[in-house]
Design a protein around this ligand. Structure first.
Ligand code: PTJ
Length: 268
């Protein structure tokens, strides 16, 4: 299907197309398409933009990756479909390992995702060689299968698009968890050490840029982390949604009934 650049929701359609193509290639699971739909709804509410709290959380997340001794970036189907190149760049800049870790397990899909990452320049991708596989009993889902060289011994794990159980389990094991989740109310968002309430298609490129700037400045990294409070930051994300909905409802109340576009930027 051709996407006309003038379509008011062209960018959103482009992302959907990438995901549906990745689904056809066996990289994304059908549940990944549903998860994206939920994410899109929250993105609509935050205004499809990187908010100030999201930018601060991204900065704290990168600082934490740079300060960690064994950071790992966990990659699932949706992440590989949308931001494979940025994930590889971020891993290189922060000295993080890359590990394929799936909620819906399949050796075939693990292999395909690893191939995408290698094509994007990754030198090593964990989570695909069964001889290094171990389990984290605290995790109930299939995600309990992790790589002995990666998540099993990591001090910090970045989990773009996550189900709640694993974040809680990783936290109980004493690991730092950085989550990227458009839903500020998800169990993942509430349990993570640092929650970036943003779309991965904006958050990952931003994190790469921040990593380039922060790399080599440990004092600055420590300062950013010291000043960051995740619950306060999540509350600020929720306030932004609340304020935006209030403004939009006021505007609808005074707009003529036929108004096709609201001045606040919401395209119905
Ligand atoms: O590839 P697999 O097998 O590991 O499966 C991946 C999915 C995403 C299907 C799996 O992790 C899953 O079921 O996740 P959940 O529990 O549906 O949670 C996904 C969360 O990600 C939800 O809170 C969504 O709001 C959020 N989300 C969806 N798309 C995006 C997003 N957050 C940021 N950026 C997005 N593009």
């Amino acid at each position: 299907m051709e996407i006309f650049p003038t379509h008011p929701r062209a960018e959103s359609l482009r992302i959907r197309k990438k995901l549906s193509e990745a689904f056809e290639k066996g990289i994304v699971v059908p549940e990944g398409l549903a998860a994206h739909g939920r994410g899109e709804a929250f993105d609509y509410l935050i205004g499809e933009t990187t908010t100030e709290p999201a930018r601060r959380a991204a900065e704290a997340g990168v600082a934490l990756l740079l300060l960690s001794s064994k950071p790992v970036i966990s990659v699932n189907g949706n992440t590989a479909a949308l931001v494979a190149s940025e994930v590889v760049q971020l891993a290189k800049l922060t000295g993080s390992k890359l590990e394929v870790n799936l909620f819906h397990p399949s050796p075939e899909r693990e292999r395909k995702i690893a191939e995408i990452l290698i094509k994007e320049g990754a030198e090593e991708v964990l989570g695909v060689d069964p001889s290094y596989s171990t389990t984290i009993p605290e995790i109930q889902s299939y995600r309990r299968k992790v790589d002995r060289r990666g998540i099993a011994q990591a001090d910090t794990v970045l989990v773009p698009l996550e189900d709640g159980d694993r974040t809680q389990a990783l936290r109980r094991l004493g690991k730092n968890v950085i989550a990227i989740d458009l839903n500020p109310l998800s169990r993942t968002s509430l349990a993570a050490s640092i929650t970036i309430v943003d779309n991965i298609v904006r958050a990952l490129p931003l994190m790469v840029k921040i990593a380039e700037e922060l790399k080599g400045w440990p004092e600055r990294q420590r300062q950013i982390l010291k000043n960051f409070d995740n619950r306060e930051n999540l509350a600020r994300s929720l306030s932004i949604i609340l304020h935006r909905l209030e403004e939009l409802s006021k505007e609808l109340g005074v707009s003529p009934p036929s108004s096709p576009r609201l001045s606040s930027g919401l395209t119905p």
